[in-house]
Design a protein around this ligand. Structure first.
Ligand code: ATP
Ligand code: MG
Ligand code: MG
Ligand code: MG
Length: 561
């Protein structure tokens, strides 16, 4: 590619709206331009990098046997209403209406859509398991779009969904994705942690986030060098996330009339809904809200439980205790004046660990609460973040804390969506069973930004070979020397014919400008054709090394390859 013909400009100054290196460099190197808050256009160099990352993701997904499809980004409201997420998703969802007043959204994620595709096609256990994925644009009206494409409102996600007939199958599907994610991020030359992100709210069992270590990361990671433990600090023990009773109240007021009003009815509900019964904790927060914590069996129908508890928290609190309740992790709250002393917390509950409690509102939860340690009888007390030097929850050695960028996230979803949408199959005995699901996401643009965060210096980007927009840049020191131009074009031709991606800087600029731009855009190998070409020599320099060497032009292709 001749740079004299390329649609490309670099910026000398750092744009003032860009706070972090990747954002600054993506603008300065001409990879992208802002269109509106959290919305960007990619220019030729940026698009090439996106494609490289997409291709790595695609190759590793295909290796696992996952199959690529492409769903629509414009999604009818009905499916989201079927699972209840039309209301739950909140202001992050871009909603719109068509000319006939039908409701739609721009897809923020695609669990509903993939489950719908599958429920329409799958009948028998013989058709399971499989994994479908897509690389597609997602829309989230982020409260605070920032850091360029790191947190944007339109972004490209690789999202995959596995469908299995049983939990053992899901474990295998999940492990395949886990390994594929490691391969992907290794190939992108990223240093990352795979952290525990077990989350009750998703209704699943296991969940891991892939966190790229970086000072500009919005997440905090607690990790242990000794035993390899790593957790999103929000998920690690001793978390301090305040629950606002007022918010809880607002949420509760939205709740529908309960269909269960007494503990007897509640017990009947559980007896007919769940397979095994474990525990409950009823708890007062700020003297105003009561939280109910359930933990246990994963076969429970979470949607039903959620509906129930939104509605019956008050009833339950009045009765002080409920025994033998089951469920995966769900926590809800309601406004209430309760006599805290009257609450019964049985001995077993008191020794349980890693509860979630809180209000029915994202962000208003305490996670991994340990009764006794984190809670006194009636107040939220003595909760603090895990800190550097605290004992590792796994091995007890001192913990470290660093910031991380969430580039990927994998979940064992179970039956949350398949039950809500009736995606079932007939098993070997002709019995109808819900399909067991997993979901797996990677932010493509965010991965590009994370790569830049880990691969740059004060002169610009230093692309890893695997994702660089071009492998080699040939700088012609003086455009007025036909000998230089001819030699550069010959090298260009020879490299390209061997499959190397080459930029030829034949712009009418001073050599210094070209060198600065080459450093800024971060091409891993620079070949300079200057005066020494008359002696048959060119200069070879790697972007990540300070020194350059002169080598005979006849050796240059071998040197690059
Ligand atoms: P975050 O915690 O940063 O808001 P998330 O947990 O909401 O991310 P997921 O729903 O897990 O994101 O989506 C899967 C992946 O999509 C994330 O791991 C991330 O790489 C990417 N992603 C999510 N939101 C954005 C965004 N606003 N801009 C760019 N990439 C994003
Ligand atoms: Mg988010
Ligand atoms: Mg997240
Ligand atoms: Mg996530």
């Amino acid at each position: 590619m001749k740079m004299s013909e390329m649609f490309f400009t670099t910026l000398r100054e750092t744009p003032s709206e860009a706070e972090i290196p990747s954002h600054q460099l993506m603008l300065r190197a001409g990879l992208m331009r802002k269109l509106a808050s959290g919305i960007y256009n990619y220019l030729p160099l940026g698009k090439r990098v996106l494609k490289k990352v997409e291709e790595i993701v695609r190759e590793e997904m295909d290796k696992t046997g996952a199959q690529e499809i492409l769903a629509s980004a414009l999604l009818p409201a009905e499916l989201w209403k079927e699972t209840g997420r039309w209301d739950v998703f909140g202001p992050e969802m871009f909603k719109l209406k068509d000319r006939n007043e039908r409701e739609f959204c721009l897809g923020p994620t695609h669990e509903e859509i993939f489950t719908d595709i599958v429920r329409n096609e799958i009948k028998s256990y013989k058709q399971l398991p499989f994994n479908l994925y897509q690389i597609q644009t997602k829309y989230r009206d982020e409260k605070r779009p920032r850091f360029g494409v790191m947190r944007s409102r339109e972004f490209i996600m690789k999202d995959a969904y596995s469908f299995d007939k049983d939990w053992d199958g899901l474990d295998i599907s999940y492990k395949k994705m886990y390994d594929a994610y490691c391969a992907i991020f290794d190939r992108c030359d990223l240093k990352y942690w795979v952290v525990d992100a077990d989350t009750g709210a998703m209704g699943g069992k296991d969940s891991n986030e892939f966190m790229v270590s970086s000072d500009v990361g919005e997440a905090e990671v607690a990790y242990c060098d000794e035993c390899g433990y790593a957790a999103n600090i929000e998920k690690a023990p001793c978390v301090n996330r305040p629950i606002h009773a007022e918010e809880a109240e607002k949420e509760i007021k939205k709740v529908a009339t309960p269909d269960v009003k007494t503990v007897d009815e509640l017990m009947h509900f559980f007896n007919t809904t769940a397979d095994r019964f474990v525990k409950t904790l009823i708890y007062a927060i700020d003297d105003k809200a009561v939280a109910v914590m359930l933990r246990g069996d994963r076969e429970v129908n979470i949607t039903k439980l959620q509906n129930l508890f939104k509605a019956s928290a008050i009833e339950m609190a009045d009765r002080n205790t409920v025994e033998n309740v089951t469920g995966a992790e769900v926590g809800f709250a309601g406004p209430i004046n309760i006599n805290v002393d009257a609450l019964v917390v049985d001995d077993e509950v008191a020794h349980m660990k890693n509860f979630i409690i809180g209000a029915n509102e994202t962000g208003y939860h305490y996670e991994n609460v340990n009764y006794g340690r984190d809670f006194k009888a009636d107040v939220v007390a003595d909760i603090r973040n895990i800190e550097v030097g605290d004992p590792c929850p796994k091995c007890g050695k001192p913990i470290n804390i660093a910031r991380g960028i969430e580039v990927g996230h994998i979940f064992k979803l179970g039956t949350k969506y398949t039950e809500a949408l009736g995606a079932t199959y007939l098993d070997e005995n002709g019995q109808e069973q819900p399909i067991i699901m997993g979901c797996y996401g990677i932010g493509i643009n965010r991965t590009v930004a994370a790569i830049i965060e880990q691969h740059h210096d004060d002169r610009g980007i230093i692309w890893p070979m695997s994702v660089t927009p071009y492998h080699v840049i040939i700088v012609v020191a003086s455009n007025y020397q036909p000998e230089q131009i001819q030699a550069a074009e010959k090298i260009h031709y020879e490299l390209v014919s061997r499959g190397i991606e080459v930029l030829l800087d034949d712009r009418d600029e001073r050599a210094g400008v070209k060198f600065n731009d080459a450093d800024l855009i971060g091409i891993p190998i620079r070949i300079t054709v200057g005066k020494k070409i008359s002696a048959g020599m060119v200069e070879f320099k790697r972007r990540d090394k300070a020194d350059s060497i002169d080598i005979p032009v006849s050796d240059i292709v071998d040197k690059v390859i």
